[in-house]
Design a protein around this ligand. Structure first.
Ligand code: FES
Length: 56
């Protein structure tokens, strides 16, 4: 599913980014552009990022 329509980024890509060590929205925006245009995806993207992070 597309999370960020402005940049065509899917939830899968965000999970992959998290696996590769991306841990903040700032980093995610830098890497994939998520949240840097209209900002509508920020809430969902943050959620996915949090879910993908190892719980501790
Ligand atoms: Fe992600 Fe617009 S949908 S910046």
């Amino acid at each position: 599913m597309y999370v960020c329509l402005c940049h065509g980024v899917t939830d899968r890509e965000i999970r992959e980014a998290a696996d590769n060590g991306i841990s903040s929205m700032r980093q995610l925006g830098k890497e994939l552009g998520v949240g840097t245009q209209c900002g509508r995806c920020a809430c969902t993207a943050r959620e996915i990022l949090r879910e993908s992070r190892s719980p501790d």
